[in-house]
Write a new protein. Structure first.
Length: 165
């Protein structure tokens, strides 16, 4: 009976220790370190700019549609990626301000070599225009802790008049 109890207690201890390590309880308060951070690294990517007509005047109310974000692995001598690691469908439509300005912020995981934000610009009487804005890991500035920083790009889009039929 004593042997069974010892095996039961030992097995229970192993199971609890395994569960605690899975949930991170064993490293929450390591003496001398002052606590640990839990989470996922993130970064903020900001695209802003202006949409204008062929004469350079800002277009109010132009649709700015962010369709998707592609994330790519970094190429190394051992690994050359042949496709996107992750594609996230965004499908968010914004409208430009009175002077044609727009801004979009994406909070995602860095650690990839590049992130592409696909944007389409549309306004009646004008041809639609699509762009891909690429951020590289080296564009990130001011990271601390889990935040790996912020990267900003400004683009200007000049829409063309639709051709008469």
């Amino acid at each position: 009976m004593k042997r069974f109890n010892r095996k039961f207690i030992k097995g229970t201890n192993w199971a609890l220790a395994g569960l605690m390590s899975l949930f991170g309880f064993s490293s929450c308060n390591i003496i001398g370190i002052g606590g640990m951070e839990y989470g996922t690294p993130y970064a903020e990517f900001v695209v802003s700019g202006k949409v204008t007509d062929p004469d350079g005047r800002g277009l109010q109310g132009a649709n700015v549609t962010v369709s998707k974000v592609d994330m790519h692995y970094r190429a190394t001598s051992d690994f050359i990626p042949d496709r996107n690691v992750i594609t996230e469908d965004i499908r968010k439509t914004l409208q430009t301000s009175a002077n044609g300005d727009f801004g979009y912020s994406y909070r995602g995981t860095p650690g990839n070599d590049s992130i592409n934000i696909h944007i389409k610009f549309e306004k009646e009487r004008f041809e639609a225009e699509s762009v891909k804005v690429t951020f590289f890991e080296s564009d990130l500035k001011g990271g601390k802790g889990w935040s790996e920083g912020r990267a900003e790009k400004r683009i200007n889009i000049k829409l063309k008049n639709k051709k008469s039929e």
